[in-house]
Design a protein around this ligand. Structure first.
Ligand SMILES: C[S@@+](CC[C@H](N)C(=O)[O-])C[C@H]1O[C@@H](n2cnc3c(N)ncnc32)[C@H](O)[C@@H]1O
Length: 450
């Protein structure tokens, strides 16, 4: 589902590209820093065109996404190494890189041998057969999609027939999606026009009304449009999550897990810079980056405040009690954003999932305790697991008869809601293999007026 790459001029030949990817991966592995951070730091310093930069990043991510499958394919294939003796990092990274090209059918066994002679590439090429022979179904699934067995078991149990399609789509390259900032441009069409003048082709997003997908290899963030605040980078799913908040004109909104403020800025624009958005988060560093983003975006109706994890100060509680909307974009397992953070699958543990669910329940209880009659709370996550989504919402609805769900169809209209909601049109449910967005869930809870 990735957008096609225009035939932009490339300067790096395959060998140079291979060396660069291995260098970048090694830098990340040796320093323990996230690949994204290493790419962001190193690539701009190289004299590379946008097409080469993007291809190098894409290849780095491809290896990262497939690590488990590649290591399985290479096990026992490196000549002169006894079982259990792991190869030095440089050889391992070169082997992973070439194995990824081989298993994806981009090169054949002969070419793999020319690139890296010390490996039995015919054996590597048969990895799929060996995976198919693995006795345990979760292991077969985990090896195929490069996820740990416990998550493979969870995917298979929870997503059934769709599990493989979901896992495959989470390993795809995400589109570069922008939200037109209506505080600075009249419409997404106006933004598309401005970007086209700077040589950046785009297409409209399928579901979000203010979104554009930037096409091809481009240096977007040095564009005049970006500097002037005409857009923010924001996945389409996240844009839709903000859309269902739908604050009334001049409304008051509490963004209760604001992070770096991606959704805060969209809410500010939805209010046309009127009313007020209070953005809170315990993570001061994330919240601090909102200051610069706010300035560029031209928002004048946002306040931000760092809060403790376990309670809100009185000022926040009283704001929440008079707020028209509370957005609770809770910390979650983040399955739905694996396209952007492929390594997250390895840091997740069954116990961290339990802790996250407890935090989600605690935050939901705290926010609902402040929700005024007639006001709405939007509970959102970027995960696909029901325990973090539907189950959390069902729990609070079951115990409090003054709460009800507002159907997304009621907010966006039946036609707009139909393709992005569950079958009954009640909750927002975005799936990467169906919508080509991040995986995302949002439910709108209203407290009935007495
Ligand atoms: C999914 S992220 C929010 C992303 C943000 N809304 C955006 O659109 O960019 C969840 C946020 O919840 C915050 N968080 C973690 N524990 C929290 C707690 N106990 N109370 C409030 N926020 C918490 C995290 O710091 C994190 O920024």
């Amino acid at each position: 589902m990735s957008d096609p790459e225009p035939a932009a001029a490339r300067a790096l030949d395959e060998r140079a590209l291979q060396s660069l990817v291995i260098e970048l991966r090694e830098a990340s592995l040796r320093s323990g820093r996230r690949l994204r951070d290493v790419l962001g730091e190193v690539l701009p310093q190289r004299e590379l065109g946008a097409a080469d930069r993007r291809l190098a990043a894409r290849r780095c991510y491809r290896v990262l996404q497939q690590e488990r499958r590649l290591d399985f394919a290479l096990e026992g294939a490196i000549r002169g190494r006894g079982p259990g003796r792991s190869p030095p990092l440089e050889l391992r990274e070169a082997a992973r890189y070439v194995a990824a090209l081989l298993l994806d059918g981009e090169i054949d066994v002969d070419e793999a041998g020319r690139r890296l002679p010390r490996i039995d590439w015919s054996f590597v090429a048969e990895a799929e057969l060996r995976i198919a022979r693995a006795r345990d179904a979760d292991t077969r699934f985990g090896l195929t999609w490069s996820i740990p067995d416990w998550l493979a078991a969870r995917f298979r149990a929870e997503f059934g027939d769709e599990a493989a399609a979901i896992a495959a789509s989470l390993n795809e390259e995400p589109p570069l999606t922008l939200r037109a900032n209506l505080l600075k441009v009249a419409s997404r069409e106006a933004l598309a026009h401005a970007l086209a003048e700077e040589g950046v082709p785009t297409r409209p997003t399928a579901f979000a009304p203010h979104g554009l997908v930037a096409l091809g290899a481009i240096t977007l963030f040095s564009s005049r449009a970006f500097q002037s605040g005409a857009f923010e980078q924001q996945d389409e799913a996240s844009q839709l999550g903000c859309l269902v908040v739908a604050p009334p004109p001049r409304g008051r909104v509490l963004d209760a897990c604001a992070g770096a403020g991606g959704k805060t800025l969209a809410l500010s624009a939805a209010l046309a810079n009127q009313g007020e958005v209070l953005a809170i988060d315990p993570n001061e560093r994330r919240l601090a980056s909102l200051v610069e983003r706010r300035r560029r975006a031209g928002t004048a109706n946002v306040r931000s405040l760092a809060v403790a994890e376990d309670s809100w100060p009185d000022a926040v509680t009283s704001f929440a009690r008079s707020a028209d909307r509370i957005l609770l974009d809770v910390p979650c397992s983040g399955i739905g954003s694996w396209r952007r953070r492929p390594d997250a699958r390895w840091s997740l543990r069954p116990s961290s999932l339990e802790n996250l669910q407890a935090t989600q329940a605690m935050l939901l209880d705290r926010a609902l305790a402040c929700l005024a009659p007639g006001a709405r709370l939007v509970y959102s996550t970027c995960t696909l697991f029901a325990d973090e989504n539907e189950r959390q919402v069902e729990r609070v609805l079951a115990r409090d008869a003054t709460l009800e769900l507002v159907r997304v169809a009621e907010i966006l209209g039946t036609a707009a809601a139909a393709p992005i909601t569950d079958a009954s049109g009640t909750v927002l449910r975005l799936l990467p293999h169906r919508h080509a967005t991040d995986g995302f869930f949002a439910a709108v809870i209203r407290r009935r007026r007495r």
